[in-house]
Design a protein around this ligand. Structure first.
Ligand code: ZN
Length: 366
């Protein structure tokens, strides 16, 4: 942190001024019997915040920090006219970060751990970095520079044709939420109509949200396997008859250890640990409706339609041991665990779909 004696002097002056204001304030409230202790605390907090706002280059907090007297506890004393002297010994509350900072991805990081370390939701990490991660947690790579938003929400690059109402509505917030957020540095004296935003400006949208693109395979049933043609060369073509599921699901791997839990927004699957080449089992009876390479980061992929409203998907495989239309049976080997596609190490990415919706496999595998 930069430091200089002149900045310290300036800060001290500000603090002394703040104290003077505070003292005048105390004197003012002495005769104001209706004032509640809580209100007074709030006002003092506002004063302290104002001081803090003006002190971005504090070098030695212990020299300039100020203890504000414990007001509520001494209310009766002040009521009879005894003033306490302010003590020079309190922490000035630190100002919350309002700017976007950059974080370089390290070995072993995940979208989840990065979010957690910055007090954010994982979707905020994706929303802040669409150009790098494209909504896909699996696109994370060591050395990438990620935007870390100061607050949960979305990050948006303004274009010429945008209006604040449209952008706010898109992210499901009020325009003033964007305009009044201090990190966006708008002139708060201007009305929403008066604000001009330059094309290319990045805006923080506190509390904003938008759907995350699901890069997983679509729900493929045995009656429509060709609908997955866009998904990659592993798609199947015809309509298949075959084995029907038991409505039960077994673990698709010898290991039952998860390396990544299900998340309803950013990871609608579980990742199961294992070594390259480990057996992958069919979770239930069914028909293979996708078998082969996928174009969207999932590497070699198998999808089984169980004919019961359920489908299961097995991604990042090193080998695919089944073909389109083949009937498979619960617990039989269908392929080998791998690290293909956008994968940061050998594991099985396992998805379960029921009536078109992805569900948490952990609630169903036995
Ligand atoms: Zn996964």
């Amino acid at each position: 942190m930069p430091s200089s004696s002149s900045s310290s002097v300036k800060i001290t002056t500000l603090v002394v001024n703040g104290l003077a204001i505070t003292s005048v304030f105390f004197a003012g409230v002495l005769g104001w019997e209706k004032l509640q202790g809580n209100d007074l605390d709030l006002n003092l907090a506002a004063t302290a915040t104002a001081i803090t706002t003006a002190t971005p280059t504090v070098q030695n907090q212990s020299q300039i920090s100020v203890e504000l007297p414990p007001i509520a506890a001494n209310w009766s004393q002040r009521a009879i006219g005894i003033m306490r002297t302010a003590l020079m010994d309190t922490d000035i509350p630190s100002r919350p970060r309002v700017d976007v900072v950059t974080y370089t991805v390290e070995q072993g990081d995940s979208v989840f751990s990065i979010a957690d370390n910055h007090g954010l939701k994982p979707e905020t990490v994706l929303w802040g970095n669409f150009e790098i991660l494209e909504d896909n947690p699996q696109f994370l790579k060591t050395g990438q520079s990620l935007n870390i938003l100061p607050i949960n929400g979305t990050y948006y690059e303004w274009t010429e044709s945008d209006t604040i109402d449209q952008v706010a509505a898109f992210f499901k917030v009020e325009p003033k939420t964007i305009l009044e957020y201090s990190g966006n540095r708008f002139d708060l004296t201007l009305s929403a109509e008066e604000v001009e935003i330059e094309s290319g400006t990045w805006l923080i949208v506190p509390g904003g949200s938008r759907p995350i693109k699901d890069w997983g395979p679509p729900a493929i049933t045995r009656s429509n396997p060709a609908s997955a043609a866009f998904y990659g060369p592993g798609h199947c073509g015809a309509i298949y008859e075959g084995a029907i599921g038991t409505y039960t699901s077994v673990w698709p791997t010898p290991s039952h250890t998860l390396t990544q839990l299900y998340d309803p927004v950013v990871h609608r699957a579980i990742d199961i640990s294992g070594a390259e080449g480990n057996a992958i089992f069919a979770s239930d009876n069914g028909v293979v409706v996708y078998a082969g390479w996928s174009n969207w980061g999932y590497g070699y992929l198998i999808v089984i339609d169980h004919g019961t409203g359920w489908q299961t998907a097995y991604a990042h495989l090193s080998a695919v041991g089944v073909t389109c239309g083949q009937s498979v049976y619960q617990g039989t080997r269908i392929g080998a665990l791998g690290n293909t596609g956008n994968s940061s190490g050998p594991h099985l990415h396992f998805e379960m779909v029921f009536n078109g919706a992805k569900v948490n496999p952990l609630n169903f595998v036995q």
